[in-house]
Design a protein around this ligand. Structure first.
Ligand SMILES: NC(=O)c1ccc[n+]([C@@H]2O[C@H](COP(=O)([O-])OP(=O)(O)OC[C@H]3O[C@@H](n4cnc5c(N)ncnc54)[C@H](O)[C@@H]3O)[C@@H](O)[C@H]2O)c1
Length: 341
């Protein structure tokens, strides 16, 4: 009977089937369906929310949150009590001790200061650089084989810093921004056209900031380009709103920046890696000649799988979009030049 049980568990979506027990997760793991240990550095708004989404989606079989604050321990205990209700079997722990991240498959870095009203992402540079340097050393020490996803801002610069400080190959260090920027644009388009957000496909490339590069010609609703569904003025207004979406939220929150959508975006990347999906997602990656860019972390379409960035996809871009991408990469390079690492 054992093979039949394995087949059933593999063939079902956990959320629609029986609650998985430990052995169920083990079967998924040995069948390559992504049962992994995820560590999250920084159990603040983005980090803790990412942990909770990971638990709900049952992507990992172990999650560890590390923070300088003992709040990480309290939040993990709080989430653990949700296990019989959601339900999930994932182990969730919080700690201030970095040895907890030992042998992680994926490490998500969300440690750092967040923007306050009136601050740009660049204002965070020096303080967060120091945090990234110390966190990277710990990752090198305890999780030397992990895939690292950076969320801390200014994003492209911090991804570069984490790559330098860990000394990991470029395939195992990336930044999260493009998935979020794309999701924002897709959500705004869906609201404008009153269609299901899932039916809107599209990608935003470039640096995370005012120079981000949406691709309206490649943005579609049920396969139809938005250029055939919306006026140029409307598209420009939605793009502008996407570019300012982070700031719009900061102005309302007043004491921090967006975290639900950033957390969900990071989880989408972790899921692609954990499930070896080979999914093309816009990620901040180290460019070495792709799209004519060099020596910079910038948002490009990356194929994500169990090895991390398995390839950078080459999408044909219009000369206008290519020029915007170059301008955006230049902005990221300016930030990188300010780093001393
Ligand atoms: N890339 C993106 O699209 C994106 C989106 C949202 C937020 N962010 C960035 O993510 C970062 C986190 O945002 P947040 O809203 O979660 O902030 P937050 O203040 O809620 O959480 C940050 C956490 O990091 C912890 N921390 C600080 N130094 C640490 C260290 N050395 N080791 C471990 N933990 C440490 C803090 O104690 C805090 O709990 C910020 O830099 C923010 O700008 C990026």
């Amino acid at each position: 009977m054992q093979p039949i049980i394995e087949f059933l568990i593999f063939g079902m979506k956990p959320a629609e089937s029986i609650p998985l027990n430990k052995s169920g997760i083990f079967f998924l793991h040995i069948m390559g369906d992504g049962s992994i240990k995820v560590s999250i550095i920084g159990a603040g708004n983005v980090g803790a929310t990412a942990a909770f989404i990971l638990l709900q989606k049952r992507i990992a079989d172990e999650i560890v949150m590390v923070d300088v604050s003992e709040a990480a321990i309290g939040k993990a205990l709080d989430m653990m009590a949700c296990a019989p209700l959601v339900p999930f079997d994932t182990t969730i722990t919080g700690t201030t001790d970095y040895s907890g991240i030992r042998d992680s498959s994926v490490v998500l870095i969300t440690a750092g200061l967040a923007r306050m009203p009136g601050m740009s992402r660049e204002d965070l540079l020096e303080k967060n650089r120091q945090i990234i340097a110390s966190v990277s050393q710990k990752i090198r020490e305890y999780a030397s084989q992990s895939i690292v996803i950076v969320v801390t801002n200014p994003l492209d610069v911090m991804a570069y810093a984490a790559w330098k400080e860990t000394g990991f190959p470029k395939s195992r260090v990336m930044g999260m921004a493009g998935v979020l920027d794309s999701a924002r644009l897709r959500a705004f388009i869906a609201a404008e056209l009153r269609v299901s957000p899932g039916s809107v496909k599209g990608m935003v490339l470039g640096s995370h900031g005012d120079t981000m590069v949406p691709l309206p010609e490649l943005t579609t609703v049920n396969g139809k380009p938005i250029t055939q569904l919306l006026s140029r003025e409307k598209i420009d207004a939605l793009i502008k709103r996407t570019q300012n979406a982070g700031g719009e939220i900061v102005n309302y929150l007043k004491t921090g920046s967006a975290y639900y959508s950033p957390a969900a975006s990071a989880v989408a990347m972790i899921e692609a890696i954990a499930k070896d999906k080979k999914e093309i997602l816009p990620c901040s990656v180290y460019a070495e000649g792709e799209y004519g860019l060099n020596g910079v972390f910038v948002g490009l379409p990356a194929v994500l799988g169990k090895k991390g960035i398995e390839k950078i996809a080459e999408i044909p871009l219009s000369p206008e979009t290519k020029a915007l991408l170059e301008r955006s990469a230049k902005a990221a390079l300016e930030g990188i030049k300010q780093l001393s690492c």
